[in-house]
Ligand binder design. Structure first.
Ligand SMILES: [Mn+2]
Length: 446
């Protein structure tokens, strides 16, 4: 009998259900799935899991970890309030607690996150010999870390900080979304996990980096990064990296839908093989029904109506005024195409060797999100000067992507009003101009 534990909140039932069904579809082996949920779990979802198991002649068991590990969870919530914000995140810690409540007769266990599709025979992973290792996991190679740093991934930067003191080597750092666990050994080291939780919990809050040493993954890496079996990445293909490196082959993989932002995690763009394979299995679950269609239609209707409202808002804003544009050097070409910019329209852009980050990175905010200090120089000065001269005559379309909130505050402070003097030009970017539609919220509501 293969034992597989899946950690999930009620909200993620349909994902855990898809993970479970995909696993059953691809194996002839006998499997027991152990669903680890919290207090939010609903009866109707419970019944759907049972239905899938019956359909495939497999077993499913349920554990309310929030009840079974009440004291432990209370402690984690108290220690790491900055991490445990919602119901979803406490779920992540369930894997640390399996020694507390899992039946002793289970000697080996596969742990899976709920954001996973198993597109291979799970028996293959189950049969891997752990030898002296406590568990097997997929390491995130240092190459990947370096690539992410180039992309200004601050989440991973903090992990690098965590690696910097030598406790965890970057090349040994692993993702804990798929684990093959020797339960006897894992039970023996449970005290090490609790001691680590105590250790990090006792660091005064003001001395803590937000992500340093608090997530389930950081805690496990802190304890065991030198001491685990490195699994082939086909057993935990993290989408962020797979897509980044252009690997779109979904066959013979356990696919981990890491990340939620557009183009990173799961969405409904069916040109993407990873999205397609998710829906192939999801459509076979009891969660896929007439409501699914209704919810997809609702999502697009809402977007469509918003576009119409925006058109009216923009036409009102533009009445009697001209357009002007502000963007970075590299974006001038694409912007001209998107906005059909005319000869006589004003464009203010950074020079080739000028970086907006140099003016906007240093802008700091107080606790209420109000600006404390900023400096107006270079292209920023050109923009403000022009906006003053043409106030009431021109509307400035600002295409500065991530810098918009900071620029917005600066313009407000200088007496300019959004939808009167300026507008976020990135609102008009769409798939035609290379900006994928953010459909992850739709996937969550399926
Ligand atoms: Mn995950």
């Amino acid at each position: 009998m293969i034992h597989v534990a899946v950690g999930m909140s009620n909200l993620f039932s349909k994902f855990a259900g898809t993970a479970m069904l995909s696993m059953f579809e691809n194996t002839k082996a006998e499997v027991t799935v152990h669903i680890m949920h919290d207090n939010s779990f609903l009866e109707e979802n419970h019944d759907k899991f049972v239905k899938i198991a019956e359909q495939y002649n497999q077993q499913v068991k349920f554990y309310n970890v929030e009840e079974l590990c009440r004291d432990e969870i209370e402690k984690i919530r108290e220690y790491f309030p900055e991490v445990v914000k919602g119901r979803f995140t406490i779920i992540a810690y369930f894997r640390l607690l399996i020694s507390v409540f899992f039946p002793k007769e289970i000697k080996k266990l596969i742990y899976l996150d709920s954001d996973i599709v198993v597109n291979l025979d799970i028996k293959e992973l189950w049969n891997i010999e752990l030898h002296e290792n406590i568990f097997g996991a997929m390491k995130l190679s240092s190459n990947w870390l370096d690539e992410k740093v180039k992309k200004r991934d601050y989440d991973t930067l903090s992990k690098r900080d965590f690696c910097r003191d030598g406790t965890v080597k970057p090349e040994e750092y692993f993702n804990d979304g798929v684990l093959l666990i020797d339960m006897e050994k894992f039970r023996e080291v449970y005290s090490k996990i609790t001691a680590t939780i105590e250790f990090f919990g006792s660091i005064p809050k003001h001395e803590r980096d937000i992500t340093y040493g608090c997530s389930d993954q950081i805690l496990l890496n802190y304890c065991f990064s030198k001491n685990y079996l490195h699994l082939n990445k086909k057993y935990n293909t993290c989408l962020y990296f797979a897509r980044y490196f252009g690997d779109y082959d979904v066959n013979e993989k356990i696919i981990h839908y890491t990340g939620t932002a557009k183009g990173i995690g799961l969405d409904i763009d069916m040109n993407d093989s990873y999205n397609r394979i998710f829906f192939k299995y999801f459509m076979k679950t009891p969660w896929s029904n007439e409501n699914t269609i209704e919810n997809i239609v609702k999502f697009f209707t809402k977007n469509y109506n918003q576009c119409k409202l925006d058109m009216i808002k923009v036409s009102t804003m533009m009445a009697g005024k001209e357009r002007a544009f502000f963007t970075e050097h590299v974006s001038v070409g694409p912007m001209k195409k998107t906005f059909l910019v005319k000869e006589n329209e004003e464009i203010i852009a950074t020079a080739e060797n000028e970086d907006l980050a140099d003016y906007l990175d240093d802008v700091s905010f107080d606790d209420n999100g109000k600006i404390i200090s900023y400096e107006v120089k270079g292209v920023l000065k050109t923009l403000l000067d022009s906006m003053k001269i043409f106030k009431g005559k021109k509307v400035f379309f600002l295409l500065v992507s991530g810098f918009y909130p900071k620029l917005y505050e600066i313009l407000q402070l200088n007496g300019f009003v959004e939808y009167v003097d300026f507008i976020n030009g990135d609102l008009f970017r769409c798939e035609l101009s290379g900006e994928p539609l953010e459909t992850y919220p739709c996937v969550l509501d399926l």
